[in-house]
Structures are given as structure tokens and as C-alpha cells.
Design a protein around this ligand. Sequence first.
Ligand SMILES: [Zn+2]
Length: 210
Amino acid sequence: MLTNKFVFLIITFFNIISATSQNSTEQIADTTFVNLKQYSEDFIYDMKYATEDNFLKAKVYDCPECLLRLKTVQALIEANKDFIKKGYKIKVFDCYRPLSIQNKMWEIVSNPKYVADPKKGSIHNRGGAVDISLVDANGKELNMGTPFDFFGIQASHNYPKLSKEVKANRKFLKKIMIKNGFNSFDSEWWHYNLKTGLNDKVSNQKWDCN
Ligand SMILES: [Zn+2]
């Protein structure tokens, strides 16, 4: 009799705990697509594909939103905290990219060194990649040697003929990003993949512009 009562109490206790956690934290899977700005106000945005200032010479996003899988957002926020401690902030150029846009990019630059083949899908299409730079306390972008989406060897992490300043800036960005769960991409100093980003499916959804 006592044992039965004890088991009943234990079950009740766990039911309450799980109900409370569901109600109070509204847990969602860490692979859910979310908007970065709803999780942090500490990012600077320069969403190039929502303007005509990009290599496509076309505004291919209806509005400048940064969507990513929740786990990518969480890692990016942790990286940004590290940069903020040192007086810098992440500036975002591109985040999740629908597969249809990847097709357009591939038509213009069919070189896997710079644009992922849409047949395989980019980690941008999976919500696990970001294109970023850093700004200082005055909002000035650090000198990274080339602009974003510069498709040439000068954009490579391994390009030797860069100034000390550029090398140091790229190294700083890379070090903190890797510490926070990202991989760098050799031919583009601005591109970072969440290490687990390839585990998720390619997506082709459009985001809400309201
Ligand atoms: Zn990229």
C-alpha cells in the first residue's frame, strides 16, 4: 500500500515538472528556424541580398531578415558575446538562404570554391551558415582585405600577401567563431558553418516580411 502511494506521488511529481517546463519555457527543437533579431539585439545587419549591392546585382530577398536554425542562433550569440567583451560586434551579411536563391547564384558563379552546387545544397540552405564580419565600438567595419563576396584568392584565409592588420583581423574572427562551434571556409574569410550544420535538411521556405 505504501509502495503504491509512493509510486503515485513520484509519477504526479514528474507530470507536474514536465507540464511546467512545457508551459513556461515553450521548448522548441534546436533545429527550428528562428529569426536572429528575436533572440538578440546585439547584431549589426547589412543583409546584402535584400539590396542590389551584391554579385547578383539583384534584390533577391523581399526583406532583410536573418533566419537560422535555433542551434546556429545560440552559437552565434555566444560568439558575439565574446566579441562584445573585446569591444567588437558581429555584422551579418547573409544567413539562411532558400534553395531557389542558391540556384540563381550557381547560374552566375558555377564554381564550388565560391558558391555551393545547389544539387548538394549549401549549409546556408540548411540554416547552419552565416556570412559575417566585425565592427568596432564606433560601428566601423574591420579591414578584412577584401569586400564580402569577393571571388578571388585574396579572400582566402591562406592568401599570404595580406597586411599584418588584415591577417590579425581575420585570425581574431576565426578564433572566436571556431571556439563557439563553427568551422571556417578556406576560400571565404566571411563564411562560417555550424559544425553540425550539415546534419540538417536543405530548405526552400520564404520568410515572413511583416
Ligand atoms: Zn556564406
